[in-house]
Design a protein around this ligand. Structure first.
Ligand SMILES: Cc1cc2nc3c(=O)[nH]c(=O)nc-3n(C[C@H](O)[C@H](O)[C@H](O)COP(=O)(O)O)c2cc1C
Length: 306
């Protein structure tokens, strides 16, 4: 018999953002939610995050976009997406009929683009919240990595929307704790820690970078210890919920993040290999809580810090 695994992601937001369980599909992991319809029962998930969208559609980087890395993958998608208009016209009305909440990830090349995206999605039925991807084009815009920029973007988004706002950080942002604090002060409801970390693979036969986008984001198991540490430290520094992300592929991985202080977790790369991974993880968390005789999910959250 499944216990109550529900968590609250936006306790300070007027309507809250309650998830039926703490396991989300990370941005980019299952597209707009329809692509994996036959492979994954989406209604079992806590929430889905859309791929990052921009004001205009983007074709993304040339192929190849994914390369193998030790214990993970390196990907350079280049923020390929359908753009705000198509999302509003085609995807949001479909999501409005789903029981799983869908958060829209937004990305911009300027703070104003983030603000415009937030305004365009405000009050949209089918959109349960926003996730601000602060580092979509980090390689192209290195200046976007500092706390002042992050706070400015967060403030513009906050002013433009009544939706719950998650802000997704990256370990490439220098002092992540400083950024986290700045983003909390600027009005974020929750943080997602972390995005993929910039890395590189070289194809020695071609004597060229292996990816069309040259640099890529490292994700998968290789990222897990780094992400876990960042979550542990961030959750201590801020009072808003932290969503853990990075290399989570099993219930044990997810439990580590929850015990480090994450209120929820996101699964990305593991879904590419096994679309059922999130469902397995949810069942595994539930089984663990029962085995341990835990009073509920909140007994586990932050348990490693006490
Ligand atoms: C193919 C692919 C596409 C991704 N697309 C996005 C995206 O559009 N926006 C975003 O914020 N993160 C994106 N990510 C990053 C993931 O959401 C996640 O933060 C990262 O991969 C670390 O988690 P993981 O190790 O579980 O994959 C993408 C990752 C992959 C592998």
């Amino acid at each position: 018999m499944a216990g109550d695994l529900s968590v609250e992601l936006a306790p300070h937001y007027k309507g809250g953002l309650r998830l039926r369980n703490p396991v989300m599909a990370a941005s980019g992991a299952i597209g707009y939610g329809t692509e994996y319809a036959d492979l994954l029962d989406r209604d079992r998930l806590g929430a889905i995050v859309s791929p990052s969208i921009t004001l205009r559609p983007r074709k993304g980087h040339p192929q190849p976009r994914v390369a193998e890395a030790p214990a993970g993958i390196l990907s350079a998608i280049g923020v390929q997406n359908i753009g705000l208009r198509a999302l509003v016209d085609e995807k949001a009305p479909m999501w409005a009929t789903w029981s799983v909440p869908v958060l829209v990830s937004i990305a911009g090349v300027s703070p104003e683009e983030y603000g415009a995206l937030a305004a365009g999605l405000d009050g949209m039925e089918g959109v349960a919240g926003l996730e601000v991807n602060l580092t979509p084009v980090l390689n192209e815009f290195p200046g976007s990595a500092d706390a002042a920029y992050a706070a400015h973007v967060t403030r513009l988004v906050r002013q433009a929307t009544t939706l719950p706002v998650l802000v997704k950080l990256s370990l490439d942002m220098g002092d992540v704790l400083q950024v986290a604090q700045a983003v909390e002060e600027a009005g974020a409801d929750a943080l997602t820690v972390t995005n993929a970390v910039a890395g590189m693979v070289i194809d020695i036969r071609r004597r060229r970078p292996a990816l069309g986008g040259v640099l890529g984001g490292l994700s998968g198991p290789a990222l897990k210890p780094l992400a876990l540490r960042a979550v542990y430290q961030t959750a201590q520094r801020v009072s808003i919920p932290v969503v853990g992300c990075g290399g989570i592929g099993s219930a044990a991985d997810a439990l580590e993040f929850l015990m480090a202080g994450a209120t929820a977790v996101q699964v990305g790369t593991a879904i590419l290999a096994d679309p059922q991974a999130p469902v397995r993880i949810i069942a595994g968390i539930d089984a663990f809580l029962q085995r341990e005789g835990a009073a509920g999910i909140y007994e586990i959250i932050g348990a490693a810090r006490h």
